[in-house]
Ligand binder design. Sequence first.
Ligand SMILES: Nc1nc2c(ncn2[C@@H]2O[C@H](COP(=O)(O)OP(=O)(O)OP(=O)(O)O)[C@@H](O)[C@H]2O)c(=O)[nH]1
Ligand SMILES: [Mg+2]
Length: 345
Amino acid sequence: MKFLDEAKVYVRSGDGGNGCVSFRREKFIEFGGPNGGDGGKGGDVIAMAVDGLNTLIDYRYQQHFTAQNGRAGMGKDRHGANGVDAVLKVPAGTQIYEEDGETLLADLAEAGQRAVLARGGNGGFGNAHFKSSTNRAPRHANPGQPGAEFTIRLRLKLIADAGIVGSPNAGKSTLLAAVSAAKPKIADYPFTTLHPQLGVVDVDGREFALADIPGLIEGAHDGVGLGDRFLGHVERCRVLLHLVDGTGGDAGAAYQTVRTELSAYGHGLAEKPEILALNKADAMTEDAIKEQVALLKRAAKKPPLVVSAVSGMGVPDVLRALFKVIEQARRAAAVPSAADAAWHP
Ligand SMILES: Nc1nc2c(ncn2[C@@H]2O[C@H](COP(=O)(O)OP(=O)(O)OP(=O)(O)O)[C@@H](O)[C@H]2O)c(=O)[nH]1
Ligand SMILES: [Mg+2]
């Protein structure tokens, strides 16, 4: 399946139906009075997050969403039918912006959440509505109100608990493939991964979602390589796994390059908890490992875990370290603070 994480969509809510001017006319009934019904309400445009979608690819094929107009009111006090809503089904993690791409309209982080993007116009009142003691035969009705039309932008940010960052070729995809059922493309050239991949990892019987994103190189924040736009997908992660290739020159320098890009991107990425791992230990001598560990320690001010995504060496420790942070964050999110408890005795 193709992956698409940005889309532009044109939406239009329905117009309200017009109110009706009508009078009761029946044999033997004098002064029948006004009986024009109200118009129906126009349909809304609604966005809804659903399970089972991982991409916005559907919005490449359908870019116009129009809700139905309300029907006009009719005689004999008949109300016009309301217009049917137009519903945009989006994957959980989709943010909806105005056309400028900056003003957030809705943030649908979880399946089941919904947001009304454009309200349908109200139907107009029929003349029956305007009957009063002083005006028993009103000859006017309201027109329906128009719906709204505008362009919106959808932006998907994958919801993963942990995200793997690192230089191209660090072995990010190899690791994801080793620990989950995901089947990312793996090859010994940079930028094998062109768009993010998600996998579900099992640690000691508990699960978390792990995202693999394209590699970062110096200048990514200026668009070098694949740029840094995919970093949006790790913005919501609770923890980052920073993977460094032990066979690719100075590990400390490689670490620093990626850290610089994370800082330049902003959005709190540089402040996220980070688990650091030196990869490809299977292809290194003992001395080389020692040397790279020392370089990394100096650059990161913490010792790295030493792993091999290919042989699996050290990988369970990495997963446990990630899960520890995730679990803490999950607990913190689930347990209300003492201050909350005081407000809801
Ligand atoms: N010896 C050894 N090779 C590895 C290990 N992990 C990955 N590789 C190799 O390194 C190369 C790059 O691996 P990928 O998993 O594609 O690297 P990546 O970080 O996803 O790269 P991009 O997607 O380009 O950013 C492949 O040839 C892998 O087989 C490891 O632990 N040991
Ligand atoms: Mg990759």
